[in-house]
Ligand binder design. Structure first.
Ligand code: ARG
Length: 465
């Protein structure tokens, strides 16, 4: 055994080749699991004691050593070495430095890095889901606040990116909050599946020492042990699911970003980004660029890659553990890092962007966006919708030819298009009237938008309230 710290060298004649060691090494990225590894080990030594493999004195000494090791990791006085293969080997070395080889050497009994890593990644992701949860709540809160600030402001609603029907700006903004709420629900649901402990599964078949997996699960704050040791060590669907949720979050941010980028253009001029949340150009002094939104849009591609990369890794793997599974970590760490970087900047951008109310209101009725209101007005006059649609279509086409808006058509011209088009149709030809009339559940009328705000406020209460 060449390397005194290796967890597996004794049956090998020489040490690993430098190229293998470099390939195999994961400590430069799995080191972030150190505190979870120590938590797992503390739970494990309890199980060892309870099964009679450690006296309570030994357990106490080991536990104190692990607390000391955790402190050293935390304050940076214990770090991984170039020769450490992974976080598990590095921490065993650290424990032996503190507790001595005799006692420290007892800890590895009854567990494998396979059940260890499968457990650690779960408790790490459970922790990270709390971090993401808070960051997403912050964004929802800001969307809510912006919606409340602009109650009653109309804007063009679009389908196929063409003017469709007038809507309230608040309604549109809140449409970006709901997908995020569902992402939070997904995170919540993910926890059910993640909160199980693979500890005790050993390499794949379980252990012979009679260690109590319920004890370990409870120590780690998990719901209970996993049901199948092979599945427990070989599956990473929990990681894939977490990656899917983060990817969907980033896609939701990306769709919002795309709108912000368009809205900030001179042609749209819906919004102005705050100086502190936009960037300049090194050559064009006038430029103010929506880089946060662009990075959000760009990073969603990266997150999709992280998810699909892991799915491809998992696709052909026979049971049980294969070293391929080590490839789950960098993508999931990266997706988490990117989102935790992105979300505060994105939230700041949304919190500070200025809406051009007058322009939004001015554009709301353009593009014959009140045509549906005319058709539905006809329906209320008992005209079958098929005919109402046709009459309104003719009216729109007439307006296009004469370069007039719907409400500008003279009574006689309207009557010529259809006798059903009596002058009182003009009552519905206003943006305010159109919005006010849409009172169904989830629709754009102000009372319904206020309903949404009430519902969302339960999820994301006002800050400093
Ligand atoms: N680093 C590995 C992983 O991330 C865990 C170690 C298991 N290694 C092994 N040779 N059994 O999956």
């Amino acid at each position: 055994m060449n390397d005194a710290n290796s967890l597996w060298g004794s049956r090998f004649e020489g040490g690993p080749s430098a190229s293998l060691a470099a390939l195999s090494r994961s400590v430069h990225f799995d080191w972030r699991l150190a505190k979870y590894d120590i938590a797992g080990t503390r739970a494990h030594i309890k199980a060892l004691m309870s099964a009679g493999y450690l006296t309570s004195l030994e357990h106490e000494k080991l536990d104190r050593s692990l607390v000391e090791l955790a402190n050293r990791v935390e304050n940076g006085s214990f770090v991984a070495k170039q020769s450490d293969e992974d976080v598990h080997s590095a921490l065993e070395r650290g424990l032996i430095e503190i507790a001595g080889p005799e006692l420290g050497g007892k800890v590895r009994a009854g567990r494998s890095r396979n059940d260890q890593i499968a457990t650690l990644i779960r408790i790490y992701l459970l922790d990270q889901s709390e971090v993401l949860h808070r960051l997403v709540i912050d964004l929802i809160e800001v969307i809510l606040t912006r919606s409340e600030e602009h109650l009653g402001v109309a804007m063009p609603g679009r389908t196929h990116f063409q003017h469709a029907q007038p809507i309230l700006l608040s309604h549109h903004l809140l449409a970006h909050a709901w997908p995020l709420v569902r992402d939070l629900e997904r995170l919540q649901d993910f926890k059910k599946r993640a909160s199980l402990s693979p500890y005790g599964a050993g390499a794949l078949a379980g252990n012979t020492l009679g260690l109590d997996p319920n004890l370990v699960a409870a120590e780690l704050g998990l719901q209970g042990p996993t049901q199948n040791s092979i599945d427990a060590t070989a599956s990473r669907d929990v990681v894939a699911e977490f990656l899917f949720i983060t990817t969907l979050m980033s896609i939701n941010l990306s769709r919002f970003s795309e709108e912000i980028i368009i809205w900030a253009s001179a042609e749209f001029d819906y919004i102005k980004l705050h100086d502190s949340f936009s960037t300049g150009s090194s050559i064009m002094p006038q430029k103010k660029n929506p880089d946060i939104a662009e990075l959000a849009r760009g990073k969603s591609g990266r997150l999709i890659g992280n998810l699909t990369g892991l799915l491809a890794t998992l696709k052909g793997l026979p049971l049980a553990y294969n070293r391929d599974l080590q490839e789950d970590k960098e993508p999931v760490f990266d997706s988490i890092d990117q989102l935790t970087l992105l979300l505060p900047a994105f939230t700041g951008m949304v919190a500070t962007m200025q809406f051009n109310r007058n322009r939004l209101e001015m554009l709301a009725p353009l593009g014959f966006s009140l045509a549906t209101d005319v058709a539905e007005w006809l329906v209320k006059k008992k005209v079958p919708f098929r005919d109402a649609h046709e009459i309104t279509g003719k009216l729109v086409s007439w307006c296009e030819q004469h370069m007039l808006d719907l409400h500008e058509v003279a009574d006689a011209d309207m009557a010529a298009i259809s006798p059903m088009l009596t002058p009182d149709v003009r009552d519905v030809l206003s943006v305010g009237g159109s919005i006010k009339a849409r009172t169904g559940a989830g629709a754009t009328a102000l009372p319904r938008v206020l309903d949404q705000i009430t519902a969302l406020r339960k999820i994301a209460p006002k800050r400093n309230a």
